[in-house]
Design a protein around this ligand. Structure first.
Ligand code: GDP
Length: 472
């Protein structure tokens, strides 16, 4: 009946169309993706599966400018392994850069807020790394306002540093570099800045616009200044939210506690979450029984940019799920169970990503303007040569963006980035490593492998002209 009303035809006609396909259906039956397409075609419609999300009706709130109030920035820390991400997050969490309460935060709930001496607040996502960041983005959650990218000064810009930069840039999130371990005698800050400059990333004292701060995450030197720079960046972004509405936000993590039930850490992004609210989060729902801050203190409500853990959901939502407060419990429960049902009927894809075969059609439809590519190759020379040639394929209609490039195998992190940014992956003399292939199949990411540069370029060119012959 839903399809019938979308097509504006009597439901009996849809039922008989199904019968002619040999399917006895009732009015309220859900059709699988293929049946939907065939039936729609019969009535002259083409089905495009955009998402299989069931949107909850967001309470219509008149958002006037005067309702918006400044909110704290939400920060993610990224960088190469062992460069000091965890140390930095730990230092900020535990040490006295924070005004007020002594003792700091000892609990790990996936996110925490700090209050600086001037009274300003910053919220940190406490799961370092761009994988977590992009996994959330792949689920449609854009939580981070600012990315701190940590680079060890006794090392250099490393592959994962580059990845982190690409992931932040693909998300349109401004970067602040934290050049770490300056306490070490082997630290060479200038070398790091030079490497960044060679990648066209000019930090402020090299005449550029990107903020950078020398720090020692171990000793705490420079951390205060780093946080000041975060606030400066936040000021430029003019981050605002309306605290006086029903709350919406994103789930950061969730787990089952034997004594307390499901504990979910959420970041309120708009509105104010209160004890007693009916919450819908992904495929779970429930009445908020209690709210705790990162210090384990019970609080009654939480406004924008506040990370809190809450009790009362009937399950563990996934990181990156959005949550929202609903008018009544029934409604929240209904939508949650519909979503669960939909998840079970895996016939309808939750997400559909671009493939080379599809580009021509999408361009013809006029809704495709940018082709995002992630490029991995065995040697740097090939990366550069391919980048150059691929970018030159840009036309007036369609822009080719190399959103990430690097030397090495295609990783899970590449697939996540492709999923979050709707990109195709091109491998030159490299293959997917570890679980990357499996993840790509699951996320429906198009990975193409080549060993001749000319072939790669020709395929993309043909795809853009809608002339690619289907992959065998
Ligand atoms: P992550 O993998 O990026 O989270 O890195 P960690 O925070 O685990 O740090 C890796 C190693 O570097 C640890 O042994 C830290 O003690 C050390 N480390 C981190 N920051 C500093 C620093 O500022 N100075 C020195 N000397 N060592 C540091």
């Amino acid at each position: 009946s839903e399809v019938a009303s979308m097509m504006d035809v009597p439901v009996t006609k849809v039922i008989s169309a199904c019968m002619s396909l040999g399917m006895m259906v009732t009015m309220n039956q859900r059709l699988d993706a293929e049946t939907l397409s065939v039936v729609a075609e019969e009535f002259g419609y083409e089905v495009e599966f955009v998402t299989a999300e069931i949107e909850a009706p967001v309470e219509e709130v008149e958002e006037n400018d005067e309702d918006l109030e400044p909110r704290a920035p939400i920060v993610t820390v990224m960088g190469h392994v062992d460069h000091g991400k965890t140390s930095l997050l730990d230092y900020i969490r535990k040490e006295n850069v924070i005004a007020g309460e002594s003792g700091g935060i000892t609990q790990h709930i996936g996110a925490y807020g700090v209050i600086l001496e001037g009274g300003q607040k910053i919220a940190f996502l406490d799961t370092p790394g761009h994988e977590a960041f992009t996994a959330m983005r792949a689920r449609g959650a854009q939580v981070t306002d600012i990315a701190i990218i940590v680079i060890a000064a006794d090392d250099d810009v490393k592959p994962q540093t580059k990845e982190a930069i690409s992931h932040a840039q693909a998300a349109g999130v401004p970067i602040i570099f934290a050049i770490n371990k300056v306490d070490l005698p082997t630290a060479n800050v200038d070398k790091v800045k030079e490497s960044l400059a060679n990648m066209n990333l000019l930090v402020e004292d090299w005449g550029g616009k990107i903020q950078s701060q020398d720090i020692s995450a171990k000793k705490g030197d420079g951390v205060k200044d780093l946080l000041e720079k975060v606030l400066l960046e936040a000021e430029i972004l003019e981050l605002k939210a309306n605290p006086n509405r029903t709350a919406t936000g994103t789930v950061v993590e969730a787990f089952l506690d034997k004594g307390r039930g499901y504990v979910s850490t959420v970041l309120v992004q708009s509105g104010t979450l209160k004890v007693g609210d009916y919450v819908l989060a992904g495929t779970t729902s429930g009445k908020v029984k209690a709210i705790h801050d990162e210090r384990g203190h019970k609080i009654k409500e939480a406004g924008p940019s506040t990370p809190v853990s809450l009790l009362g959901l009937d399950g563990a939502p996934q990181a990156g799920d959005t949550f929202q407060v609903m008018r009544d419990e029934r409604e929240a429960k209904d939508i949650a169970s519909k979503r669960t049902q939909l998840q079970r009927e895996q016939s309808v894809r939750t997400q559909k990503h671009i493939t080379l075969d599809e580009i021509g059609r999408r361009i013809a439809l006029g809704d495709f303007k940018e082709l995002n590519i992630i490029l991995k190759a065995d040697v740097d020379g090939s990366v550069e040569a391919l980048t150059d040639s691929l970018q030159k394929l840009s036309t007036e209609e369609i822009q080719v963006n190399i959103i990430h490039k690097g030397v090495g195998a295609i990783t899970e992190s590449d697939v996540l980035l492709a999923s979050a940014s709707d990109a195709v992956i091109i491998g030159f003399n490299v293959r997917p490593a570890g679980n990357a292939r499996m993840l790509a199949d699951k996320e429906e990411i198009d990975i193409r492998s080549y060993s001749i540069i000319y072939d790669a370029i020709n395929d993309i060119k043909d795809a853009m002209e809608g002339m690619l012959s289907p992959e065998l």
